[in-house]
Design a protein around this ligand. Structure first.
Ligand code: SF4
Length: 440
């Protein structure tokens, strides 16, 4: 059986969903420019490991098909262009602003390195483009860049200042996604809660969420990628409490549970702020589930400070943890601070992951026996509204179904589909399930 013909333009994305959305825009631009045998490697710089994996992938891609042209872009290319330009496998290096210019992909486009100063160039907001190919949910990029300077983070140097996409363009793209049959839209960016600060009238994220749901009444699910709890505006808090089609799942950029470490990270919230935010949101929206990014082993972190971060899992009621063992990023202030031993960092990351696994298992226990609304994905899995993964067996991807939860395997729920739903059935199912929960 002959292998499937290789795509004219291939995208290899690393890192965040914003890269996924931009990857789709670059694929279309390169195809429109008539490119063939082209691979665009869209890198991430959030950890040294991410940049190393990109270089390894580039070498493999060229080894596998030497005739292919390789263009490298993304945050690692923006922050360290020479590193990639020095690789013989690489034909061109593009910056994060340059990659959004379709002209950059013309075969005759000049220059091997096109990486401008991301702070100087009035770079455009992200392409709002809808869903990427054959994914179940549509990602809409609404913001890029960041005006903060957390001491461990290199993202602002890769992405530049915070820029927001005009609301009209986002709403039009959302309606287009619904018209194309998508049941769920995920709003993504770098610092989502900074949305609108650079737009006249400073429409916040809450106003945008409400406007999308008003303009797309047939959209079953709207999801936020991750937010900074201290920057959540009042309209957003109200939307979380009152809009049932806004999914009860918030991924929080918490990073640590010790006030001293939060201060040394230059974060804008305190431990008390984080706990209060989660407590108040849970009171307003009882079915809410929190995920969080937590860094283990930040420089100068003592055992007592690490214990405060561990306790945050319980105190905030976190369920889905992303644990990052601290890795210094050259050029960041935290890289200059006295570093902890690798084995200490590894042990603290392990303890956090264990606490996360226990919290997830408690959450999965609590779902067993319930009937939930699920959005199916490829490969026999699905996602509940609170983003919990579910094994449902062979149901086509992209369908809304009701399913009875029969148990779990410690990481995902097991379910028996009971009914197919469309947006209106989904809303009435949730209303009746809400009423049943109230009666219980
Ligand atoms: S808010 Fe902090 S961690 Fe997030 S992108 Fe900005 S600088 Fe990085």
């Amino acid at each position: 059986m002959s292998a499937a013909p290789r795509a004219k333009v291939e995208i290899v994305n690393f890192g965040c969903r914003l890269n996924l959305v931009e990857g789709e825009a670059m694929r279309c631009a390169a195809e429109a420019a008539g490119r063939d045998n082209l691979v665009i490697v869209n890198t991430c710089a959030v950890t040294a490991e991410a940049a190393r994996q990109a270089r390894q992938t580039i070498r493999r891609l060229k080894r596998e098909a030497p005739e292919r042209t390789i263009i490298v872009t993304g945050c690692a290319a923006q922050t360290a262009p020479q590193t990639f330009a020095a690789m013989l496998e690489v034909t061109k290096v593009l910056g994060n602003a340059e990659k959004l210019d379709a002209e950059a992909f013309r075969p005759d486009a000049a220059g091997r390195i096109a990486v401008g100063d991301i702070f100087a160039a009035p770079a455009a907001p992200p392409p709002v483009r809808g869903a990427v190919e054959d994914h179940t949910r549509a990602f809409l990029a609404i913001q890029t860049g960041c005006d903060h300077r957390c001491t461990f983070c290199i993202i602002p140097y890769g992405r530049g200042p915070s820029r927001s996409t005009p609301a009209e363009a986002i709403i039009a793209a959302a309606k287009d996604c619904v018209a194309r049959g998508f049941q769920e839209i995920v709003l993504t960016g770098v610092d989502l809660t900074a949305y609108g600060r650079d737009i006249d009238g400073r429409p916040g994220l809450g106003k945008l969420v409400k406007a999308i749901l008003r303009a797309a009444p047939d959209l079953a699910r709207l999801r936020l990628s991750s937010i900074d709890c201290i920057e959540a505006d009042d309209t957003l808090l109200d939307a979380i409490a009152s809009e049932k089609r806004l999914m009860p799942h918030l991924h929080l950029s918490l990073q640590a549970g010790s006030d001293m470490i939060l201060k040394r990270m230059k974060r804008r919230h305190s431990r008390t702020d984080a706990v209060r935010f989660c407590t108040e949101i849970r009171a307003a929206r009882p079915d809410i589930v929190f995920g969080a990014d937590l860094i283990a082993g930040f420089p100068t972190e003592t055992e007592a400070m690490s214990a405060e971060t561990l306790a945050l899992v319980e105190d905030c009621g976190l369920t889905h943890l992303h644990v990052f063992p601290f890795s210094p990023r050259p050029g960041t202030p935290a890289a200059q601070m006295p570093q902890l031993a690798q084995e200490v960092i590894a042990a603290r990351a392990k303890a956090l992951r264990q606490a996360g696994a226990a919290a997830l298992a408690r959450h999965l226990d609590a779902q067993t026996g319930r009937t939930l609304s699920l959005l199916t994905e490829r490969g026999g899995t699905a996602r509940a509204e609170d983003f919990t993964r579910v094994q449902v067996g062979h149901v086509p991807a992209g369908r809304l179904i009701a399913a009875e939860i029969t148990g779990h395997d410690g990481t995902m729920l097991l379910a028996r589909p009971v009914a197919a739903l469309d947006a209106s059935l989904n809303a009435s199912l949730n209303a009746s399930l809400g009423r049943i929960a109230e009666m219980a």
